[in-house]
Design a protein around this ligand. Structure first.
Ligand SMILES: [Zn+2]
Length: 291
């Protein structure tokens, strides 16, 4: 298939009227020849990779496998070992895969406009680098179809017995939970049906957010049950768990994203990398696992 002209200043921009095939070049990383094209209107020469996220990438062949491994509980370093690539390459590819996943998820949410009839949301607690620096992951799911609608990572001040030590060692840490919830709800708002049921536990931050972003919807909150050992705390020891879909999804995140496993020695070093890793998982969950 002939690509269209990528040159923004060209009169033929985004059209292929004047695009012709123009020889080929050798791509060493794939050990094969790639077709090159030329626009006869502006003279720009380009390939299928021009303007895409994988332009200039070496080792494109590992991308699909890396995506699967990162969504299957494999650590970044073990991914590097298995795929025979450097760990810095894994880190860079995580950024690339996350960007791709984000675009895919945006398109998915746009296709769900007004279709979510039962929304469940909650927060999952993890940490960056040390337990003294907790993070919260706000998560929203479609309870009927188990789709993950969104995830947002934000920092929390240390709580409980670790609070004082955390302040002494790392200074005051802001609690930005509400900011994360606002971002989450801004993104998913258009997908929620007019008469939808919204469910969560009894966290004090939830009712004002639901009132602000989803006016007129019924908000049902449930007391949190005691965690079971399976699912690392998210699957409850209740006979009937009203938030089952949500808690099951949390348990899947914990099982499949290596750094979210409790008591793991793989920890998140940067909150934004956790956000990216989660994004890759969300897209994988919706597009591969549930299909
Ligand atoms: Zn052109």
């Amino acid at each position: 298939m002939t690509p269209s002209c990528p040159q923004q200043t060209c009169s033929d921009f985004h059209c292929k009227t004047f695009v012709v095939r123009d020889g080929r070049f050798y791509r060493q990383s794939e050990a094969r020849f790639i077709q090159r094209f030329r626009c006869q209107s502006c003279g720009k020469r380009f390939s299928h990779a021009t303007g895409t996220l994988d332009l200039h990438q070496k080792k494109r062949r590992v991308n699909p496998r890396l995506r699967e491994l990162l969504c299957s509980g494999v650590s970044m370093r073990r991914c590097a070992r298995l795929l025979k690539i450097h760990r810095t390459t894994v880190e860079r590819k995580l950024v690339y895969l996350a960007r791709k996943a984000e675009l895919s998820q945006q398109a998915f949410l746009a296709s769900l406009k007004g279709q979510v009839r039962e929304l469940q949301f909650d927060d999952l607690i993890t940490s960056e680098h040390s337990k003294l620096k907790p993070l919260t992951v706000s998560l929203a799911v479609d309870a009927d179809r188990r789709w993950i609608l969104g995830v947002e990572v934000e920092s929390l001040a240390a709580f409980g017995t670790r609070a004082e030590l955390s302040r002494k060692k790392y200074g005051r840490r802001p609690t930005r939970h509400l900011e994360g919830l606002r971002r989450l709800f801004t993104n998913i708002m258009p997908t929620i049906a007019a008469g939808a049921l919204v469910e969560s536990d009894e966290h004090k931050n939830y009712p004002p957010i639901v009132a602000q972003f989803l006016p007129g919807r019924t908000h049902q909150s449930y007391p949190g049950g005691r965690g079971a050992i399976v699912g690392q705390g998210e699957l409850k020891k209740l006979r009937y768990d009203p938030l089952f879909t949500l808690n099951h999804t949390c348990a899947m995140l914990r099982a499949n994203i290596n750094r979210l496993i409790r008591r793991t020695w793989c920890t998140t070093k940067k909150a934004e990398m956790l956000q990216r890793h989660l994004m890759i998982y969300v897209d994988f969950h919706n597009q591969v696992y549930l299909k």
